[in-house]
Design a protein around this ligand. Structure first.
Ligand code: HEM
Length: 417
């Protein structure tokens, strides 16, 4: 077990040990595991009713990857890839190395099965969540590569074009997605690196995204973090403790179509560039007007504390609404969108700088919802959002995320039944 060997100072000899005993030791070290305080010792179950990494308290770090499946792969090959990914993810999330054929390690003649850079590190709350893009079912030219076209969820369509979209094809779409979240960036990167390696010859990376600071909370036990505009983000997000709302808004129900997706969700990602140099020249009062909340406390401009419900009717002395008609929180609020909610799980990113010397920075937006329409409705409502002057959506993707994995099965197995 990685963390255990780290504690004991064991070297390569530790590579040969693992299995259930190791996992139990990991849980013991983690103080029982999945309670989710967000520390490097957290260990979350891989198996369950739903995939981990959705309502799991958001970890601090992200490595997200979208893959294109090789045209040479057939249906059995795709199943084999998903089975190999499942086996590896079940181990990695418990703080174990990737293993092949029961033996971990390399030899003078073969490279090590696990790449090694996470040896000695804890599980760090790693969750690995898998998703299936529309092009897995039918390619853009209508080809049914894997005999899955008839099983495509009717709602799993590429997102419509939204006002202001400046999407870059290389940052958009994908047949398969893997979201790896952890409290240690090296652990998240190690997971994606090893899963990419396992896919060698079967699926290639189309695009990937690192995130360094969560921009939401998914549990009331978590403090609200801040995005790169400096505002608290995640205040009004859906929280795991809101069981009924989560069931209603996040999980595909047993009576929804298709049946194989029950217990799953729809994942939308958007790579949103934030023009932070311009934003940093905007007066505080205007920044707050654009968001609709106080920058310091996160309270709505209609008054109260961070968690007070915004009062969109409240007016100031001049008769103007205290929360501007084009404020982000007004346009994104459920009352503006037929009661629609979503579970946001995004991350900050800074990927170097552009040719003008501006940071290539922004928010890698991630949202889970029972139907893609929830995202579409809110994103359309945000067309007049005052924040748009400082935003550019450059990447976009949608995936159907199957329900949780049972021991002995592979992720998405019901799709092939
Ligand atoms: C709320 C920032 C993009 C949906 C908020 C809040 C902030 C914020 C500061 C208030 C705190 C909170 O309740 O979390 C941003 C920034 C964005 C962005 C900086 C882009 C870089 C989006 C997008 C969507 C979205 C693309 C969905 C299409 C929401 C929703 C809320 C919210 C649903 C909660 C509204 C409520 O119930 O009060 N956002 N947001 N945001 N945002 Fe965004």
């Amino acid at each position: 077990r990685r963390g255990l060997f780290g504690l004991l100072g064991a070297g390569a000899a530790g590579l040969a040990v693992g299995g259930a005993g190791g996992a139990a030791a990991a849980a013991a070290i983690a103080g029982g595991g999945a309670s989710g305080g967000g520390s490097e010792a957290s260990v979350y179950d891989f198996y369950g009713t739903h995939q981990a990494g959705i309502t799991t308290p958001v970890q601090d770090r992200l490595h997200f990857a979208a893959f294109d499946v090789s045209d040479m792969l057939d249906r059995d090959g795709l199943k084999g890839l998903l089975a190999d990914w499942t086996a590896a993810a079940a181990r990695l999330t418990q703080g174990l190395e990737v293993e092949e054929g029961g033996a971990v390690g390399g030899s003078d003649y073969a490279p090590p099965v696990d790449t090694g850079e996470a040896l000695g590190l804890h599980a760090s709350g790693l969750t690995i969540t898998f998703g299936f893009g529309p092009t897995l079912f039918t390619t853009a030219d209508g080809t049914d590569r894997f005999g899955l076209a008839a099983r495509r969820p009717p709602l799993l369509e590429p997102l419509p074009r939204f006002q202001g979209d400046a999407l870059v094809p290389q940052l958009t779409g994908g047949d398969l997605a893997i979201q790896a979240c952890a409290d240690d960036p090296q652990v998240a990167v190690h997971a994606i690196r090893n899963l990419s390696r396992i896919a060698f010859g079967r699926a290639t990376l189309r695009w990937s995204q690192l995130g360094f600071g969560r921009t939401s909370s998914t549990s009331t036990a978590q403090a609200t973090p801040r995005n790169l505009f400096g505002f608290k983000d995640g205040t009004a997000n859906l929280k795991v403790e809101q069981h009924d709302l989560v069931d209603e808004q996040v999980w595909v129900g047993a009576s929804d179509e298709p049946a194989w997706l029950a217990g799953g969700s729809y994942l939308v990602t958007r790579r949103i560039r934030m023009i932070i140099e311009n934003w940093d020249r905007v007066q505080l009062g205007e920044q707050e007007m654009l968001v609709g909340r106080s920058k310091g406390s996160g309270a709505p401009l209609s008054g109260g504390g961070e968690f007070t419900e915004p009062d969109f009717e409240a007016e100031g002395p001049t008769g103007a609404p205290l929360i501007d008609v084009n404020a982000h929180v007004r346009l994104a609020h459920p009352t503006m969108n037929g009661g629609t909610r979503m579970l946001r799980r995004g991350y900050n990113f800074v990927d170097g700088n552009d040719e003008l010397g501006r940071l290539d920075a922004g928010l890698f937006f991630i949202a889970y919802q029972r139907s893609p329409q929830q995202f579409i409705d809110v994103q359309r409502s945000l067309a007049s959002d005052g924040l748009n002057e400082y935003l550019k959506h450059v990447g976009s993707a949608i995936f159907a995320v199957p329900g949780g994995v049972k021991k002995g099965e592979f992720v998405g197995q019901a799709l092939f039944a």
